[in-house]
Design a binder for this molecule. Structure first.
Ligand code: IMP
Length: 452
């Protein structure tokens, strides 16, 4: 195996999303920015993601398509080929970021001209599909799966089609989706879809209205649409640069490794970085590939039935204490005990090399921290498999850990100050998953994190 590239780190969600990657990514970008030019690259997903970022003066902003780190001065932010981007929502996000930094961007945003468009047509189609089949019921309504399907069906619109405004191609796209939706008893022109800004919802309108809206939106984002590959290739070889990759969603939502069909449509593993960068960056050469997971429990939105679901009042308590409501959809999240068989599978299929454990302060006095260490069927140990019917049959085997003191862990400034019980817990998780723990977060404040 070749040597890894120094000063490169990638983050992904290690379970079902919403693990709190954002602030850790922010911290790494900040730290690197003191000594390096930083490239922050996102390779998958689109407006289905959601995270809150904070400016240095404490302003908070909910972002979807832009990664965390947009407030770290002079970094270069690349939205990669593997993403599906909504131009209107992106223009609105860029506007909000600009506003938060005094009317001018303090970072260089580059949108790969090869990134795929996820448009109002896709959102309308997704809504109609929800009426027709069970599979897509949990989707976020941001048109993610229809946009990725365009690629497999070999008729995607890419950012460069928008930048060059290939009107004939865009009109054909509208006409095709209009026909598909009509065939499913819908009407594209009167369909309403979610959007950022304004009323939060718009009517798609007829073909001309759709074209005119895109013409307006492209004016705002055109300056950022570029070919990014030579910059990526040169910077990867140049030690003046540090690289941070922030993936969206999580390995448990990958269409191949998550519980189908309650999955998203992008490659949520680190391998997605290789394909999005057309092999310019080999994900195996990234120095640290860190999966972020919640330390003492798991959470999930969607229809999946988790084998370790918490069924008593502990779930409500955790949901309130850790604000477990969807960032994009506001849906209350299911709460489950930490599921090591699932995490073992996700770490392996996701090409993970280290762990970040968040929410170490979600423990309660006198209440053991319960962890599922294995699954059994008919008293025989079995592995995790991404198949709901199979998972419905497994019986989780639990091990309990003594809770640690919340005050003590929240105040810990280094590893030595961590409560003894929390160290025992961390050691166990790392050993079971066969991966070192590199970061933990010990409370909601930005400074409550430790990097080992
Ligand atoms: P889609 O990505 O909109 O197609 O949604 C498919 C599934 O992935 C649904 O169960 C969503 O709730 C889930 N999902 C998509 N993005 C996220 C995320 O950022 N966090 C958690 N769940 C997500």
């Amino acid at each position: 195996m070749s040597k890894t590239r120094k000063n490169s780190v990638a983050f992904c969600g290690g379970a079902f999303g919403d693990e709190g990657k954002g602030r850790i990514v922010d911290e790494y970008v900040n730290n690197f920015s003191k000594d390096f030019k930083v490239i922050l690259y996102r390779d998958n997903g689109g407006a289905n993601a959601g995270h809150t970022v904070e400016t240095s003066d404490g302003k908070r902003l909910a972002l979807h398509q832009l990664p965390s780190g947009v407030f770290v001065k002079d970094s270069t932010i690349i939205l990669g080929k593997g993403m599906v981007l909504h131009p209107g929502d992106l223009a609105e996000e860029i506007r909000q970021v600009k506003e938060a930094t005094g009317g001018k961007l303090i970072v260089d945003i580059q949108i790969d001209e090869m990134a795929v468009l996820a448009l109002d047509t896709h959102r309308a189609f997704e809504n109609v599909l929800k009426e027709w089949q069970e599979g897509g019921k949990g989707a976020t309504g941001r048109g993610i799966s229809p946009a990725y399907s365009d690629v497999l069906l070999r008729h995607p619109l890419r950012m460069r089609d928008l930048a060059n405004f290939d009107e004939a191609k865009i009109r054909k796209h509208y006409q095709m989706y209009s026909c598909i939706i009509k065939g499913l008893n819908g009407d594209l022109s009167t369909a309403t879809v979610k959007c950022l800004g304004g009323e939060g919802e718009i009517t798609v309108g007829d073909e001309d209205a759709f074209i005119n809206r895109l013409m307006e939106q492209v004016k705002e984002i055109k300056p950022y649409i570029k070919s990014v590959f030579s910059l990526l290739a040169e910077a990867w070889q140049d030690p003046k640069y540090a690289f941070v990759f922030e993936k969206a969603q999580a390995i448990g939502l990958d269409p191949r490794y998550g519980v189908y069909p309650d999955v998203t449509s992008s490659d949520t593993t680190f391998a997605g970085i290789s394909s999005s960068t057309e092999g310019v960056i080999d994900h195996n050469l990234i120095e640290n590939r860190i999966a972020v997971i919640k330390a003492t429990y798991m959470s999930s939105v969607g229809a999946r039935r988790l084998p370790t679901l918490v069924k008593d009042e502990l779930a409500d308590k955790i949901r309130e204490d850790a604000h477990e409501y969807g960032a994009t959809t506001k849906r209350p999240r299911d709460i489950a005990y930490l599921d090591l068989p699932a995490l073992r599978f996700f770490c392996k299929s996701g090409c993970v090399s280290a762990l970040a454990l968040t929410h170490m302060d979600i423990v309660y006095p006198g209440k053991p921290v319960k962890v599922c260490t294995a699954y059994e069927i008919n008293d025989k140990e079995v592995p995790y498999r991404p198949d709901q019917e199979y998972l419905d049959k497994v019986k989780p085997v639990y091990k309990e850990f003594k809770p640690w003191n919340v005050d003590e862990i929240q105040k810990a400034k280094n590893e030595a100050e961590l409560p003894k019980e929390s160290k025992t817990f961390l050691k166990f998780i790392s050993k079971e998953l066969g991966i070192p723990v590199q970061v933990i977060t010990t409370g909601p404040r930005r400074d409550q994190s430790l990097i080992f």
